[in-house]
Design a protein around this ligand. Sequence first.
Ligand code: UDP
Ligand code: MG
Length: 307
Amino acid sequence: MQLSVVIPVYNEQESLPLLRTRLLPVVQACTDDYEIIFVNDGSCDGSLNLLKNWAAENKQIKVISLSRRFGKESATLAGLSASTGQAVVLLDADLQDPPELITTLWEKFNQGFDNVYGIRKDRTADSFLKRMTAGAFYKLYNRLADTPIPYNAGDFRLLSRRAVAALLALPERERFSKGLFSWVGYKNTAVPFTREKRAAGKTKWSYWKLWNFALGGLTASTTLPLKLCTYFGLCVSVVSFLFAFWTAYKKIVFGNPVSGYASIMVAILFFSGVQLITLGVIGEYLSRIFTEVKQRPAYFIDEKINL
Ligand code: UDP
Ligand code: MG
């Protein structure tokens, strides 16, 4: 198999027909030896029926239907494990990633790159808030994590077989793909593209989900917040020690001047705050450790078609 295209699908019945008309000619122009793997992530609209009909017509269209909604990361993982192509393209079903760009990704792959990722050169299709928060996240992430992720790169990319094998060898359950793609390394290159508006429907990501996704990504890629807590605690302790020393000195030299209510309150509130934040940081890591040690599979498959 030359080329696999993996597409996670959650309630995309409006976009899917358009996706098919745009995707098939592009893929067929690259090679005849292709497969398109749709991973149905527990859709509750007509997506699965549509996919089943296509799979019945064209054996190169394959469907994996998960037992419920597991999220995009797990759906992508399911598709990657089932893929057999020498190159695997990850594509969104909503046409925000233009399928026509696969031609360029394919060319780059043939030049020997393992990880050819799309860079959004223009994010005006996203809301102002989304752009701002995404920008801040990339900056923070790249400052903290061991391996930086390219600015404005999404999941839209082509991976070589060995890059896919490397990704599948990573055992974690809560997967932050963007971080993993760059963590595995290999030869990578960027292809700029303009991210379009969704063909139909709405995004499945609320800000709350995005926030948790960002936290998950950070805690998965760096332990620096834990270290920062240690050093911050150390600084605070040194200052406190000096202050305690000064208070004792004052008491010995000037007798027993009663310090004000304000200073005591400030000290109590400040230190409780520091302690709670530190506990929170530890808790974030702990909850992730908990999820990982349970060792639950990332997804269950309900049905496979043409696979
Ligand atoms: N998706 C999925 N499971 C989910 C959420 C999304 O498989 O729980 C799919 C969705 O069908 C689409 C892709 O992941 O093909 C990207 O989703 P979306 O467009 O909502 O994300 P955004 O483009 O806003 O980041
Ligand atoms: Mg989208």
